[in-house]
Ligand binder design. Structure first.
Ligand SMILES: Cc1ncc(C[n+]2csc(CCOP(=O)(O)OP(=O)(O)O)c2C)c(N)n1
Ligand SMILES: [Mg+2]
Length: 588
């Protein structure tokens, strides 16, 4: 251990005096409290049990408060990871996630994580330091206009201008995270506001359970009846369940509706895994077919964005949209009926309104419709099997995707962080239950994996966590694998290594040819297995397809026995691509 051994007596003496002083002032008297302590009290009231952070002088009083309130402090090596971890923790727990960063570069480093949470509608509270209010705009250390910077990528961004209001503002920012569609908030607390000690009777302290309304809105009851009518009359209905369904924990109601009304379900983003593969109402290879042949499509909790050709890919005569956000309903394409409300509450109300009204002949037609889709699913799988089982050398990326799916247990949280290899994995990997799939969402941010893995393992220590990275993505945030080890949150990292930023490289080659297409997209050949070894864990290089499964098993065993993360670095054929990459659908 190197830290703390400096032995600077003068400094130690000064620091001891200061610490005693502070302790006397804050803990000694029950009636006084610092801004940092108020932050922690308010976080606890919001159900926050863990903060993700990287230290800085502007925010240390928050740590002191967290110690008093029993909030776990997880300190990472890069603020981007802290923000992704807070997002991941929110996704995994269904509660508010929290990231705390210092002023200036601490905030700018976290921007990608907060922006990812914004596009993924994840409830994350970002608390940031700022130089003292008393020196505002004087050129203080790390001073930046954080609130202006964070406004476009949050639902709410504000400065806290008085210590008395610290807890109140934390509660306000947290409330905003759950207003309509979820999302992040940013709160800047200047150093003098945070460090000041005040009489607790002057602080505004919202009481848990007494400062919120229910978010379980069902919209207009007449619309619930209308949707029930539409679904009862439909002959070939299909429902797409998006990330809001899982985020708002409406999965039980969603599944009950699919089963109760015999409707095929499709799942995207965090809602993958709502039903296990093989369930009669689970479909995933026939979405385009269903969207073009269905008479009714209901889209729940996911916008008409690029992932659905801005809604153009749905050809059904009747399209219904349900979303937490009023502004998302009807955006980019017209719909027959729109409902703004909580996915679970709306779907439960619709099922109740339709209860007992589905005629036998309609149910019969739906069974035929589902048989038709099931046959098409089987045909699509059969078509893919030769490449799923390919034993070509260099290894085919589809083979890795297949092996990963075979390897997953019912309790493995699967995370994808990368370009083409991760896109391919979505064709094979089918999580077995809700909450077991994590992806960056609509921002498409590379680098989410390490923070997500850390968060998933901390939230569910008894679950296995596996992150499949592209080699480009792994290089972005991998160093926080050390943090995962340090916090006893080890995971299995699998790298699909094509020594390139392949998803981009494909488009460049197609457009500019070989001479000018291999520019700014090729990476070195890195034996990443050694990276895990450097951190005290297990690492392995895999060159042939038959070795993938045994290597994954060795990694699992090593993680379980050593408590350290393992890396399986799989060397891939760089000239195989996903169909979406070949068709460049993400840009259409
Ligand atoms: C932070 C970030 N930078 C750049 C991109 C653009 N981008 C999308 S896919 C990709 C290539 C990723 O390479 P890798 O992780 O190795 O996966 P591969 O495509 O090679 O399978 C890039 C650079 C992005 N999505 N996010
Ligand atoms: Mg790559």
């Amino acid at each position: 251990m190197v830290w703390g051994g400096g032995g600077n007596v003068t400094l130690a003496a000064v620091m001891t005096t200061t610490a005693d002083d502070i302790l006397r002032r804050t803990s000694g008297e029950a009636n006084v409290v610092s801004g940092g302590r108020l932050v922690a009290k308010a976080l606890k009231a919001e159900g926050v049990d863990t903060i993700f952070t990287l230290c800085g002088g502007h925010i240390i009083d928050i740590y002191d408060g967290c110690l008093d309130e029993g909030i776990r402090i997880v300190d990472v090596r890069h603020e981007q990871v802290a923000a992704h971890a807070a997002d991941g923790y929110a996704r995994q727990t269904g509660r508010l996630g929290c990231v705390v960063t210092t002023a200036g570069p601490g905030c700018t480093n976290a921007v990608t994580g907060i922006a990812t949470a914004f596009r993924s509608e994840s409830p994350v509270l970002h608390i940031g330091g700022q130089s003292a209010l008393g020196q505002s705009k004087m050129g203080g250390l790390q001073e930046l206009p954080h609130v202006d910077m964070m406004k476009p990528i949050t639902k709410f961004a504000s400065t806290v201008v008085s210590t008395e209001r610290v807890a109140d503002m934390v509660a306000m920012a947290a409330r905003e995270c759950f207003a309509g569609a979820y999302g992040p908030s940013y709160l800047e607390i200047p150093r003098d506001v945070l460090d000041r000690v005040i009489d607790i009777s002057t602080a505004v302290l919202p009481e848990p359970g007494h400062a919120r309304a229910s978010v379980k809105q069902v919209g207009d009851p007449a619309d619930i009846e209308r949707l029930a009518d539409i679904l009862v009359e439909a002959e070939r209905p299909a429902i797409l369940l998006g990330q809001q369904v899982w985020a708002a924990r409406g999965h039980g109601e969603a599944v009950a509706l699919l089963r109760g009304l015999d409707v095929p379900g499709y799942f995207n983003g965090a809602s993958r895994g709502l039903l296990p593969p093989g369930d009669p109402h689970h479909f995933d290879r026939t979405r385009s077919l269903a969207f073009s042949e269905a008479d009714v499509v209901v889209v729940v909790g996911t916008p008409f964005d690029f992932r659905m050709g801005y809604g153009r890919r749905i050809k059904a005569p009747t399209v219904v949209q349900i979303d937490q956000d009023y502004r998302t309903v009807g955006k980019n394409r017209d719909i027959e009926l729109g409902i703004a409300g909580d996915p679970g509450a709306v779907l439960a109300a619709v099922l109740q309104a339709a209860s007992g009204r589905l005629k036998q002949d309609k149910r019969q037609l739906r069974r035929q419709w589902m048989d038709h889709l099931t046959a098409a699913e089987a045909a699509a799988t059969a078509k893919l099997m030769p490449i799923f089982l390919s034993d070509q050398w260099p290894i085919h990326p589809y083979r890795v995707a297949w092996e990963l799916n075979e390897f997953l247990t019912d309790d493995t949280v699967y995370i994808g962080d990368g370009g083409d290899v991760v896109t391919i994995s979505a064709q094979a990997v089918r999580p077995r239950s809700p909450g077991h799939w994590m992806d960056p969402g609509a921002l498409g941010s590379l680098g989410v994996g390490t923070g997500f893995a850390l968060a998933a393992k901390l939230a569910h220590p008894h679950k296995e966590v596996l992150c499949y990275y592209g080699d480009g993505a792994f290089g972005m945030t991998a160093f926080d694998m050390e943090t995962a080890n340090r916090f006893h949150a080890p995971y299995i990292a699998v790298i699909g290594n094509n020594s390139a930023m392949n998803q981009i490289r494909y488009g460049q080659l197609a457009r500019y040819g070989v001479q000018r297409g291999n520019v700014a997209n090729r990476l070195g050949d890195v034996p990443f297995g050694k990276f895990a070894e450097m951190l005290g864990g297990y690492g392995e290089e895999v060159y042939v397809a038959a070795d993938i499964a045994p290597a994954l098993r060795r990694a699992r065993e090593a993680v379980e026995t050593s408590g350290r993360s393992a890396v399986v670095n799989i060397w891939l054929d760089p000239d195989q691509y996903a169909p979406g990459t070949r068709a460049q659908t993400m840009y259409k």
